[in-house]
Write a protein that binds this ligand. Structure first.
Ligand code: AMP
Length: 190
């Protein structure tokens, strides 16, 4: 069973590529960002708690997203592609624990890399079609990229040690990145 973490900065295209991979390899797509936006849209107590953090571009608490992933893992027997999780070293440690509890193991962690200015350009482009409030403001976009540098980038080192990390160039067209991703998945997972 494949369990893949798709890793990368805001705007790199994790959501798009996670959907494509989920379709091609018949995986469940777990996006913590989508799960949280759903909670906000439904006005649940959790949604009300996280809304202002998300609007500012801050990360929400580790316990919140770990709880969502635990619940989602309990609800499927399929392989999973994780999109936007883990985003801190604590979340990465929790994921190891949760996967073991659910009798799964991580197949690979794929980091999609692109230069920062390209990320900002793509987020602006996305803002024109999505109605994500955190995509609409330059300061919030910059803050999300700062959160990524400070809290999420260290997760790369966590996975380097485990030998599960593969980095690919995501600065080109969607179909080029998609081809590279599929090559990695086919190579890492048989
Ligand atoms: P995303 O759709 O992945 O860009 O996530 C949108 C927002 O949801 C982020 O800016 C955070 O506020 C929150 N979020 C999503 N995933 C996580 C996570 N794993 N840890 C903390 N906050 C998260």
């Amino acid at each position: 069973m494949k369990n893949i973490v798709l890793f990368g900065a805001p705007g790199v295209g994790k959501g798009t590529h996670a959907l494509l991979l989920a379709e091609k390899y018949d995986l469940e797509h777990f996006s913590t960002g989508e799960m949280l936006r759903q909670e906000v849209a439904e006005g649940t107590p959790l949604g009300l708690r996280v809304k202002s953090l998300m609007d500012k571009g801050d990360l929400v608490g580790d316990d919140v997203v770990i709880g969502l992933i635990d619940k989602a893992l309990s609800a499927t027997t399929k392989g999973v592609i994780f999109d936007g999780f883990p985003r801190t070293v604590q979340q990465a440690q929790a994921l190891d624990f949760l996967l073991a509890q659910h009798r799964r193991r991580l197949s690979c962690v794929i980091s999609i890399d692109a230069p920062q200015e390209e990320l900002v350009r793509r987020i602006h482009e996305r803002a024109a079609i999505s109605n994500r409030s955190d995509d609409a403001n330059e300061d919030i976009i910059r803050h999300r990229l700062e959160e990524y540098d400070a809290k999420t980038r260290p997760v790369v080192d966590y996975y380097k040690v485990s030998g599960l990390l593969v980095s690919i160039d995501g600065s080109g067209q969607i179909n080029q990145t998609s081809m590279r991703l599929c090559e990695v998945v086919d190579r890492m997972i048989r």
